[in-house]
Design a binder for this molecule. Structure first.
Ligand SMILES: CC(C)(COP(=O)(O)OP(=O)(O)OC[C@H]1O[C@@H](n2cnc3c(N)ncnc32)[C@H](O)[C@@H]1OP(=O)(O)O)[C@@H](O)C(=O)NCCC(=O)NCCS
Length: 315
């Protein structure tokens, strides 16, 4: 398998909550310590939304940056897809509001919910829409305002998460660069391992941290190996692995299993914490200028559901 690539990344952008919250800040609010948090998770600080910011405003800011980076006008976009689990309202969708804000009115717009695997799912949906000809220029956003669904007084969860958005402009291109393969999965039998209500609901995020940790360290190498084997490519051809940023220890354990050099693995959880559907797309601005044509990028998302998804992208 190695079909025509679909969905060349023409531009990238991100927006983080404006409040920087360090582990030391959390020490003042919770029975925790910088040492406990950084040694178990690698997280040193995260971003929370500030005054006037929310899931929609982060998505709009990241989208505007991605469009400007791509040199594309909102009016050129013919589909907006927002991966999120924290839309402030059930209706309208975040995607519809992003479309309005960027001047892409009257075109398709939809939200997609697959928890922390949302952006990786969204990439598969977007690439398929481009490959089928149903769209030509897609704005794909991953955004989550985790502080709206986490109990900020629960030290077991609140230390892990942050608020952010990442966006990419995907174009059909000439088929040489773009997504070439995807894996999607979910298993509702494991739904009790990670549950959260909608923003405003009294049911805050709860998880079985140890079990989720175990699942995550296995699913990352499993999905990478699956993509490599069925596309006949070697790990050396993969310039970057972008795993979902849940915990630096999860990433390090997974990478050890794979035998991949750490310098080709994107890690920014230390700065942003776990931003759920945003964690993969907020990584692109750090690597975009270094991407070498002909090599590959693998993205792996995983999260509540349980859900998981991975993409193979040819640069
Ligand atoms: C959450 C996680 C960091 C917890 O680490 P852990 O080593 O499994 O820790 P445990 O939950 O077993 O707790 C160990 C102890 O630390 C305590 N503790 C929990 N949170 C704490 C905090 N923020 N500060 C200090 N102590 C804390 C616990 O109460 C427990 O105390 P006890 O032994 O007296 O009962 C880890 O399990 C993890 O990262 N899991 C994956 C979660 C994840 O990524 N979810 C999102 C997926 S998309």
């Amino acid at each position: 398998m190695n079909p025509l690539a679909a969905g060349r990344i023409a531009g990238v952008g991100r927006a983080l909550g404006s409040r920087v919250v360090t582990n030391r800040d959390l020490e003042l609010l919770l029975d925790t310590s910088d040492e406990w948090i950084s040694s178990r998770t690698g997280i040193r600080e995260r971003r929370f939304v500030g005054e006037g910011e929310d899931c929609v405003s982060l998505a709009v800011d990241a989208s505007r940056r991605a469009l400007s980076h791509a040199g594309v006008e909102g009016g050129d976009v013919d589909l907006v897809v927002c991966a999120t689990s924290t839309a402030p309202e059930a209706v309208p969708s975040v995607a519809s509001q992003v479309g309005e804000a960027i001047g892409a009115c009257g075109v398709g717009a939809m939200d997609l919910g697959a928890a922390c695997a949302g952006f990786a799912y969204g990439a598969a949906v977007a690439a398929s829409m481009l490959r089928s000809g149903l769209a030509t220029t897609i704005l794909l956003v991953g955004v989550d305002e985790l502080t709206s669904i986490v109990d900020l007084e629960d030290r077991a969860t609140s230390i892990l998460f942050g608020d952010g958005a990442g966006a990419v402009v995907l174009e059909q291109g000439d088929g040489s660069s773009g997504f070439v393969d995807h894996v999607l999965g979910a298993d509702g039998r494991f739904a009790p391992l990670l549950r959260a209500g909608h923003p405003g609901s009294p049911q805050k995020l709860r998880q079985n941290g140890r079990e989720v940790f175990r699942f995550a360290t296995k699913i990352i190498p499993d999905l990478v190996e699956k993509l490599l084997v069925r596309n006949g490519i070697s790990l050396d051809q993969v310039q970057y692995l972008i795993p979902h940023q849940a915990n630096a220890r999860i990433i390090q354990a997974a990478v050890r299993r794979l035998g991949m050099p750490e310098e080709r693995v994107v890690i920014n959880v230390d700065r942003y914490g776990n931003t759920s559907a945003a964690s993969i797309p907020i990584s692109y601005p750090d690597i975009y200028d270094e991407m070498e044509p002909g090599r590959y990028i693998i993205t792996v998302g995983f999260g509540g559901g349980l859900t998981w998804a991975a993409n193979l992208y040819r640069i």
